[in-house]
Design a protein around this ligand. Structure first.
Ligand SMILES: Nc1ncnc2c1ncn2[C@@H]1O[C@H](COP(=O)(O)OP(=O)(O)OP(=O)(O)O)[C@@H](O)[C@H]1O
Ligand SMILES: [Mg+2]
Length: 224
């Protein structure tokens, strides 16, 4: 087992895209890799096939069924909102210890790289008292912080890194997943972030021809 928690500077930044890419790259090199997405909001049976869980199962080479989705994503909510709000709309409330038990079991039984995709950004509330950061802290595994390359990402990245560092959560790497539009080349954004976070490696995932980038990132994680 080689676990990492995949969090981000916000929602829709590229956690699932990056997680799936890493899994595919490792598997193409005949090395085992998998992922779980314990908490999924904005989920319905009608859109199950395009859910994060489905994308991750596909990368793992597993059949996408309601059962296989439920196996990697046990907490599913209909509203596309933060888990505290989404759960409340169903008269439910997320109990973090249950999520931790599920994650521990998945990590223990993983034969190789195992990625835990969070939900939204690192400071998203899970319930009335806890955020994703508390989940990461309790799991005590290193983070892969996914950021975009959009205008504003530098501040979002540094703020997220500061929030994680305040709890002594180790950041294995920052992954800059190219946004639809970027004001400057990816390398310039990476350099600006690295300038303020010396010691944290940055990895770039361009939008096209990124197989080698994913292969390098998978190798980096396996050797971490
Ligand atoms: N480097 C990239 N190249 C091409 N497409 C990308 C890249 N990064 C992100 N995307 C696309 O951007 C969209 C949002 O990415 P993704 O679903 O991975 O975000 P997320 O952080 O997992 O969001 P959520 O918080 O909903 O889980 C997706 O359509 C994804 O394919
Ligand atoms: Mg996702």
């Amino acid at each position: 087992m080689k676990p990492f928690f995949v969090t981000a500077t916000g929602t829709d930044v590229g956690k699932t895209y990056v997680t799936a890419g890493i899994i595919r790259a490792a598997r193409q090199a005949n090395r085992p890799a998998g992922a779980i997405k314990p908490i999924l909001s904005g989920y319905s049976q009608a859109t199950a096939a395009s859910s994060d869980a489905a994308i991750l199962l596909d990368a793992m080479g597993k059949r996408v069924t309601l059962k296989s989705i439920a196996a990697i994503a046990p907490w599913r909510y209909f509203a596309p909102l933060s888990p505290d709000m989404a759960a409340a709309r169903e008269g439910r409330s997320l109990h973090l210890p249950d999520v931790l038990t599920f994650c521990h079991a998945a990590i223990q039984s993983a034969p190789g790289l195992i990625l835990v995709e969070g939900v939204g950004g690192a400071m998203v509330p899970l319930n009335a008292t806890q955020t994703v950061r508390d989940w990461i802290f309790a799991l005590n595994i290193p983070v892969l912080l996914v950021a975009g390359s959009y205008l504003g990402t530098i501040s979002h990245s540094l703020a997220t890194a500061a929030a994680l560092s305040a709890q002594n959560i180790p950041i294995a790497a920052i992954v800059i997943s190219e946004s639809e539009t970027s004001p400057v080349p990816l390398e310039e954004t990476a350099a600006a972030i690295a300038n303020f976070l010396p010691g944290i490696p940055t990895h770039l995932i361009p939008r096209h021809l990124n197989n080698i980038s994913f292969a390098n990132l998978a190798q980096f994680l396996e050797a971490f």
